[in-house]
Write a protein that binds this ligand. Structure first.
Ligand code: RP5
Length: 164
């Protein structure tokens, strides 16, 4: 996709089923994005290059997803001044707690906005990206309000069905 506003980087193709939640949100809101597989451990030079070049390509924020010893979001944040959203992947022996701690416990100076573990975090990464982009894109701000209104209406409908 040309001129992506959001760059999604995941550490492995095994993260893709989870990160499709992010892609779905960005697609629904009409935000151009690019998904790449690049590992902080297995392909460190390529990962650093992807992060360093993102801003010059017009990318406005980066979403990084990784599991286990999840250094990816922190490494990317170190290589760019763009905001970085981290999504810890579930699974593994520690069910994603390891990835959550690795992402959320960034030392002062290099922030990573860390979401919840797994699919909820992946979905929220997409929504948080929309909220950031909406600050400069009024069309996205309007769509985000409509998204919230629809969500609230669905809860009310479920409650009405329960009361019936
Ligand atoms: C991380 O290690 C990836 O982000 C993935 O979540 C985890 C396991 O990777 P695979 O062994 O499935 O490739 O780098």
């Amino acid at each position: 996709m040309s001129n992506p506003l959001v760059l999604i980087v995941m550490g492995s193709d095994s993260d893709l089923p989870t990160m499709e939640e992010t892609a779905k949100i960005l697609t629904d809101f009409g935000v151009p994005f690019e998904m790449r597989i690049s590992s902080a451990h297995r392909s460190p030079k390529r990962t650093a290059q992807l992060a360093a070049e993102a801003s010059g390509r017009g990318v406005q924020l980066i979403i990084a997803a990784a599991g286990m010893a999840a250094h990816l979001a922190g490494v990317i944040a170190a290589e760019t001044t763009l905001p970085v959203i981290g999504v810890p992947m579930g699974g593994g022996a520690l069910s994603g707690i390891d990835a959550l701690y690795a992402m959320v416990q960034m030392p002062g100076g290099i922030p990573v906005a860390t979401m919840a573990i797994g699919k909820a975090g992946a979905k929220n990464a997409g929504l948080f990206a929309i909220q950031i982009l909406a600050l400069q894109h009024p069309d996205l701000a309007a769509k985000f309000v409509a998204y919230r209104d629809k969500m609230a209406a669905e809860v009310e409908q479920k409650d009405a069905a329960l009361q019936a």
